[in-house]
Design a protein around this ligand. Structure first.
Ligand SMILES: Cc1ncc(COP(=O)(O)O)c(C=O)c1O
Length: 394
């Protein structure tokens, strides 16, 4: 007899249950039983414009009827437009388009190694940071310094090293030991527990990379694209990377990733060195143009700053009356609430109440609503979260 547990048809890579989701509208998702959820996870920081945004739906229809795929053997109009906008809205670099965050990191690793190999065969080492997260394919996984993700998948790629985040002295000691091609860092670590880098730390990395001719890679796959209140998170630090990686919200819900590289790195790459069949396909790029255009508007970004402050202040007020909360931290609409113990029971209870939240490391609950969130949604989310805190006596 056929099983009735939907998990039985999947390789168990995810732990999930409940009625399947069937529809989204603005800040809300609806399941097959008609239950409504306030979305404070944005499909893991993807749905920046919420669900069913009219400009995204219109672009889908228009580009869908024109051209969906043609391969990277030819230019397409949406791809040209998106690459031009990404270059203009960063540091004027060269763009490579792919399908996901992990692919963007693979490209960043490969481009930096190819560039560094021009200087020396030994210059292939890559530094990343504990609690960072860069993806699941082997290059990105090797850069993800968390045992839980690497365990059982060894051996990892050679030449990857890890240092303590926000610790310049410890980082210098590890950097001094090898000849590095790249340093990869998230300006705000997302999966690792919502940990913002200090300005001094990123400045130290920038200075060291300049001095030793190392590619500084900012992984802005989670913290970029307006999430922290500026188009790119690094703008708040006043520090420019050599390679910037973006993905998640870029495709408006379709798979799309990008790296923007400074010219000297791009010049090390020749046709055939790297590639992708689907990366930067016209449909995803048409949505990317819409998302990038809306998110870049100063009025949109200042709403993110204001709503982020309202969310953080509201959570800080809850922390003052609930001993179960250890710390509230984050930037813009990427906010983490660290609990005194594992919040694994808290998140399903919030879902039951109609609020979707996502766990991160360090016993942290992540609040990362679509960037179109309004004050009334924040109030509703805080009220449901508080009810669950009370219910759990936290
Ligand atoms: C900072 C960061 N880098 C890379 C990735 C990997 O992205 P993807 O899941 O699209 O491969 C993630 C995903 O959570 C991320 O948060």
């Amino acid at each position: 007899m056929a099983s009735t547990d939907p998990n039985d048809v999947f390789v168990p890579t995810f732990s999930r249950s409940g009625s399947p989701l069937v529809r989204g509208e603005g800040m809300y998702l609806f399941d097959a039983d008609g239950k409504r959820y306030l979305d404070f996870g944005s499909g893991i920081a993807v749905n920046a414009l919420g669900h069913g945004h009219p400009a995204i739906v219109a672009a889908l229809r228009e580009q869908g009827s024109l051209l969906i795929h043609s391969s990277n053997l030819y230019f397409t109009q949406p791809q040209l437009e998106l690459a031009t906008a990404l270059s203009a809205k960063t540091f004027g670099g060269k763009v490579f388009l792919c399908n996901s965050g992990t692919e963007a990191i693979e490209a960043a690793i490969k481009f930096s190694r190819k560039w560094a190999a021009q200087t020396s065969k030994e210059k292939y080492h890559i530094l990343s940071f504990f609690r960072g997260f860069h993806g699941r394919t082997y290059g990105a996984l090797a850069a993800t310094a968390q045992e839980q993700f690497q365990e059982g998948f060894g051996p990892m790629l050679a030449g990857f090293h890890y240092a303590a985040f926000n610790d310049s002295a410890a980082t210098k000691a590890i950097l001094d030991k090898h000849d590095y091609a790249a340093i990869i860092v998230e300006p705000v670590q997302g999966e690792g527990g919502v940990n913002p880098a200090s300005r001094e730390f990123l400045q130290f990395l920038r200075d060291y990379a300049n001095e030793k001719n190392i590619a500084l890679v900012f992984d802005e796959i989670q913290c970029g694209m307006g999430r922290t209140g500026t188009l790119w998170c690094c703008e708040q630090y006043g520090i420019v990377p050599d390679i910037l990686a973006a993905a998640k919200p870029l495709g408006g819900g379709l798979p799309l990733g990008a790296v923007v590289c400074k010219d000297h790195i791009a010049r090390a790459i020749s046709p055939g060195n790297h590639g992708t069949t689907f990366g930067g396909n016209p449909l995803a790029c048409a949505l990317g143009c819409v998302v990038l255009n809306i998110i870049s508007q100063p009025v949109f970004l200042s709403a993110v700053v204001n709503n982020g402050a309202a969310l953080k202040n509201g959570l800080a007020a809850l922390a003052a009356s609930h001993a179960g909360i250890k710390e509230v931290r984050g930037r813009g609409l990427l906010v983490g609430v660290e609990m005194n113990k594992d919040p694994k029971e808290l998140i399903p209870l919030c879902k039951e109440k109609g609020l979707l939240l996502i766990k991160a490391e360090q016993n942290t609950v992540r609040f990362m609503p679509p960037l179109i969130v309004e004050e009334k949604n924040i109030k509703a989310a805080l009220a449901m979260f508080e009810q669950v805190l009370v219910q759990c006596k936290l």
